[in-house]
Write a protein that binds this ligand. Structure first.
Ligand code: 3AM
Length: 178
């Protein structure tokens, strides 16, 4: 199975993000609101034995709950091309702390360490050659976006399946924060 660890977002916050992207532009594959999430760790393909080890390791995490505030928008670029549009996260040491604990837990379960630095975000769209003017407008218009803080009380191990051309995510296990 193909796994990742993420924060699921409450319905009100997903609705808020859906409204944020009400004016869509071409050259973007918009993530359906039910799929919005904040990835803590992409794991990838693992067999069932490894998945059980990851689950056991994540179950051992003890960390505090916290408030999460989504704010700002941006685009990731690779080789000079914007490839993802996202909403950012206000600086949050508790989130960083949880991310670090998740990272050690999955490494303890036998996964390769993540080499890239953590840039917390919620992906709104995958970009494929969008009109740079439209993208620039979107980023300028929503630069000051800030959602109401939401309490984070758990994190989730998701599996991901590709159904037609859209990812389908299933919550395999939830882990409570203190
Ligand atoms: O949270 P976002 O949407 O930014 O792009 C995938 C998604 O990121 C990413 O994992 C998240 C949950 O699917 N992802 C998919 N394949 C990946 C890979 N090979 C990957 N991240 C890193 N390496």
């Amino acid at each position: 199975m193909r796994l990742f660890v993420a924060l699921a977002l409450p319905a009100e916050l997903r609705e808020r993000l859906r409204l944020l992207v009400a004016h869509r532009f071409a050259g973007a594959k918009w993530v359906p609101p039910e799929n919005y999430h904040l990835t803590l760790r992409f794991i990838g393909e693992v067999d069932n034995g490894r998945a059980d080890d990851i689950d056991a390791s994540l179950s051992g995490i003890s960390a505090r709950g916290f408030d999460l505030t989504l704010a700002g928008v941006g685009a990731f670029e690779a080789r000079g091309r914007a490839n993802a549009l996202w909403v950012g996260v206000e600086k949050n040491p508790a989130l960083e702390h949880l991310r670090a604990k998740v990272e050690s837990a999955v490494v303890r379960a036998g996964c390769e360490p993540e080499r890239r630095r953590f840039t917390p975000h919620v992906t709104l769209a995958r970009l494929d050659n969008p009109d740079p003017v439209k993208l620039g407008e979107f980023l300028r218009t929503h630069g000051l976006f800030r959602a109401a803080p939401v309490p984070v009380e758990r994190f989730t191990l998701f599996s991901s399946h590709l159904a037609r051309d859209q990812a389908h995510y299933t919550a395999e296990a939830d882990y409570a924060l203190a």
